[in-house]
Design a protein around this ligand. Structure first.
Ligand code: GAL
Length: 337
């Protein structure tokens, strides 16, 4: 058990037995609000599933809203959650800056806000639970530059509204920039992907291929969705499997592509750990306690107390051990049949 798991376990026990309220009663009184940006990506489907499991295991009521990549809708949905007397609000923001209004509304009601996976900017967020996102980008950058130390690179980054996208890019460029400065690699395209949409990534990749007559040796794709889009464009040029492409999220489709050889790697961020950490923290807050943290991350307003978990590089060499044996993806989803 890791430190934060022990802490969460202990604080859950305290919650169950230590409060002055009768245990069953105290749990029944807790209502957690959850606002998720999308269900279009497998990754977010898993987050929701895991958080639901956490809530069900403790018999705690959790009210869920999905904003479908719409900041105004997310604010309205969170206002609706706050109107239902939630104890703690867990928010994965669609728009990092716009979501500060959610935190302000919650503060007016004394409801603590946990920024889930994505950091809310310029707001008095109580806790940020995520992964080391700069490291995610560094893992991608390191992996692809080892495979392709020289050549033409396409660098895609995530949605400009998502603070994670900036962190992933920062990490990737920590590795790529020195090689570009030396002239070893040439970044022929450097573009964000609106709302992380695979179709947008595909269009950008097609443009890059056309503009460079197919002369591209590497693609830094920030997540599996955008990697999938880029690979579709590469396939049109008969280059799928011949140009290394990074990814992130360990989605089933990406795992298959890794085994087929069209995607080179992915970065695994265990959503089971993330959900457990966030839900445990919510329970601690609900009991008037504190949540475990291992760092702080500035968000423009304050240094937000943060718990950042470790991302892991996955390729065809360790996919079986980590994703299949680790129970994250069923064997048939990775290997087929
Ligand atoms: C990021 C998240 C990634 C990826 C992306 C698109 O914020 O950290 O795992 O899924 O959003 O939803």
């Amino acid at each position: 058990m890791r430190n934060y798991q022990i802490f969460i376990f202990v604080s859950s026990l305290l919650l169950l037995c230590g409060c002055d309220l009768e245990p069953q009663k105290s749990l029944k009184k807790i209502k957690i609000g959850l606002s998720i940006p999308t269900q279009r990506e497998e990754r977010w489907v898993r987050d929701l599933e895991q958080l639901r499991k956490e809530a069900a295991a403790l018999g705690v009521e959790m009210l869920v809203q999905i904003s479908d990549n719409d900041a105004a809708r997310q604010l309205a949905q969170c206002e609706n959650l706050l109107a239902q007397n939630i104890t703690v609000l867990i928010v994965a923001p669609h728009d990092a800056a716009a979501a500060s209004a959610i935190v302000e509304k919650a503060a007016l009601q004394g409801v603590k806000v946990i920024s889930y996976d994505r950091l809310i900017l310029n707001a008095d967020v109580d806790l940020y639970v995520s992964f080391d996102n700069v490291k995610v980008g560094e893992i991608q950058g390191r992996y692809i530059t080892r495979m392709v130390p020289k050549g033409n690179y396409v660098v895609l980054s995530g949605a400009p509204t998502d603070n994670n996208a900036a962190l992933f890019r920062q990490g990737a460029m920590n590795i790529l920039q020195p090689l570009a400065d030396r002239g070893d690699i040439r970044i022929v395209m450097d573009q964000p992907v609106k709302d992380w949409q695979p179709i947008e990534a595909m269009k950008l990749m097609e443009n890059a291929l056309t503009a460079n007559n197919g002369n591209i040796q590497a693609v830094l794709a920030p997540n599996d969705g955008t990697a999938g889009g880029a690979i579709q464009a590469l396939a049109l040029y008969k280059l799928a499997g011949r140009v290394p492409v990074t990814g992130q999220d360990a989605e089933a489709a990406a795992a298959k592509r890794i085994m087929d050889g069209t995607q080179t790697m992915t970065v695994f961020k265990d959503t089971r750990q993330l959900a457990a950490a966030a839900f445990g923290a919510a329970m601690s807050f609900a009991a008037g306690g504190r949540a475990p943290v291992n760092t702080t991350v500035p968000n423009g307003k304050k240094d937000v107390p943060s718990l950042l978990l470790e991302p892991v590089a996955i390729d065809r060499n360790n996919i079986g051990k980590i994703l299949v044996q680790g129970g994250y993806l069923p064997r048939e989803e990775v290997y087929g049949r």
